[in-house]
Design a protein around this ligand. Structure first.
Ligand code: AMP
Ligand code: MG
Length: 436
């Protein structure tokens, strides 16, 4: 893809060959979005626990070996296997006991062994540990019931992490195991990128906030709740700006307020053909935004671009990233997962966020589908009695039926080359359960 300025594409879409905003393939839209992302760069120093879900701002080098001494992997007896072979003895005298945290300071000589607990330091002279279940103890002697290899059941210093090794690299998203890994080095604070600030609002004259009675023709605003939930899974600062009516002055106020305090603005509704005019005009006035019809179902309309931050406040740049998501509740969620989530991870400072995992499963139902667009059907992935992973499409695939998302644990991803799918066909599924 040729690198162009966002403003060039907005003012003259034909400046890029093969660019059709009315039929934008999913992958191409992702690639476009990616080239216009400016990740946060400010760094803060946080105590280790607070870094969970945050992105490292610098590489972490190991200041020590982990473990920092050779130690026993078993409860058993430590001895020197070479002297055993030379002497030809299988019976060894027990000279004492080493416990984890209590070093035994004597040398273990030929013909001797040390009773040793898991995690205790291997004494000088010894190089191998035999499990206590593999010996016969009589008086103060053991007889070995097993021929071992030198070094058996010994955990070596630096085996987990070696001194000066790169432990985690800048751009790494901190997970529970990483907290423990860093703690094992004795490090209590880390430099991470500051939280991404994300402001969002729902647009639509028909929307009522929960807690208010529903007037005729009104529906409750559900998108702000799914967006809140999806954002909460990422460690971002959430700024919920409520419902904004389809009124140009109110929309303009909300847009500017969002741009002045957030790195990212998400809106739902009001970007589809016919009603896009307010948002389109406002976004042209205050930023550079591309409007696409994505070749996908559900979730066709999508707007992406930048909105100017007139106040130049605490955000990273003088523009906020803008994502205008379609209003249909399922489309909102699908476009969030397919475009916004990975963009958000990049903006948080992650170098190469991994896409949601895909795997193959046998589809249990027939699916009617046209080629030329990617579909994200909602499905229930399960382990069938015959041992195969199968996926059942949810019964109602309408983009307005949020129940289909609630029942689903995956998307059935059917790319643009795929047509109708017969039951029994292997399809690709993108797992949501436990991940998002
Ligand atoms: P729009 O994208 O504004 O044309 O909206 C498409 C459909 O989604 C319409 O049926 C809207 O009523 C519905 N919709 C828009 N926003 C929301 C929302 N926040 N919560 C629930 N439904 C919505
Ligand atoms: Mg609307």
């Amino acid at each position: 893809m040729i690198k162009k300025l966002l403003s060039d594409i907005v003012s003259d879409p034909s400046c890029i060959d093969d660019y059709d905003p009315n039929s934008m393939p999913v992958d191409k839209a992702r690639a476009f979005i990616r080239q216009f992302l400016s990740p946060v760069s400010e760094v803060e120093n946080l105590s280790l626990r607070d870094t969970l879900g945050r992105v490292l701002a610098c590489d972490i080098l190991s200041p020590c070996n982990v473990p920092n001494h050779n130690n026993s992997a078993m409860d058993g007896y430590a001895y020197n296997i070479e002297s055993l072979q030379i002497e030809g003895k299988t019976s060894l005298k027990i000279i004492g006991t080493a416990f984890a945290g209590k070093v035994f300071n004597e040398n273990v000589k030929a013909g001797e062994c040390l009773r040793i607990m898991t995690g205790a330091v291997i004494p000088t002279g010894a190089n191998t540990v035999i499990m206590q279940e593999r010996v016969i103890v009589e008086d103060n002697f053991i007889t070995l019931n097993e021929i071992q290899k030198s070094g058996a059941n010994v955990r070596y210093a630096g085996e987990d992490l070696a001194l000066n090794q790169v432990v985690l690299v800048a751009g790494h998203l901190m997970r529970p195991a990483d907290l423990g890994l860093i703690a094992s080095l004795g490090i209590g604070e880390l430099n991470v990128f500051r939280k991404l600030k994300v402001a969002f609002f729902s647009t639509g004259d028909e929307l009522t906030q929960i807690g208010q009675p529903l007037a005729s023709g009104q529906i409750y605003d559900s998108n702000r709740y799914t967006i809140y939930g999806m954002l909460s899974r990422l460690s971002v600062e959430i700024i919920d700006m409520g419902v904004v009516r389809d009124d140009p002055a109110l929309l303009e106020n909300a847009l500017l307020a969002a741009a002045n305090q957030a790195d990212v603005i998400l809106t739902t509704g009001g970007v589809s053909v016919g009603e896009a005019d307010y948002m389109k005009d406002l976004l042209a006035k205050h930023g550079q935004v591309l409007f696409w019809k994505i070749a996908m179902k559900p979730g066709r309309p999508l707007a992406f671009g930048k909105v100017n931050n007139s106040a130049l406040t605490s955000t990273n740049n003088n523009t906020a990233h803008y994502f205008g998501l379609p209003g249909n509740p399922v489309s909102t969620m699908v476009t969030f997962y397919q475009f916004v989530r990975s963009a958000m991870l990049i903006l948080m400072g992650q170098a190469n966020p991994k896409p949601l995992p895909m795997l193959n499963a046998v589809c249990t139902g027939n699916i009617k589908k046209m080629t030329g667009r990617t579909e994200f059907q909602r499905g229930l992935l399960y382990l069938a009695e015959d041992g195969l992973w199968k996926v059942k499409p949810t019964d109602n695939q309408s983009s307005g039926v949020l129940r289909s998302m609630s029942e689903a644990n995956c998307f059935i991803v059917l790319d643009d080359t795929v047509g109708n799918v017969a039951a029994g066909t292997t399809v690709q599924v993108q797992i949501l359960e436990g991940i998002v």
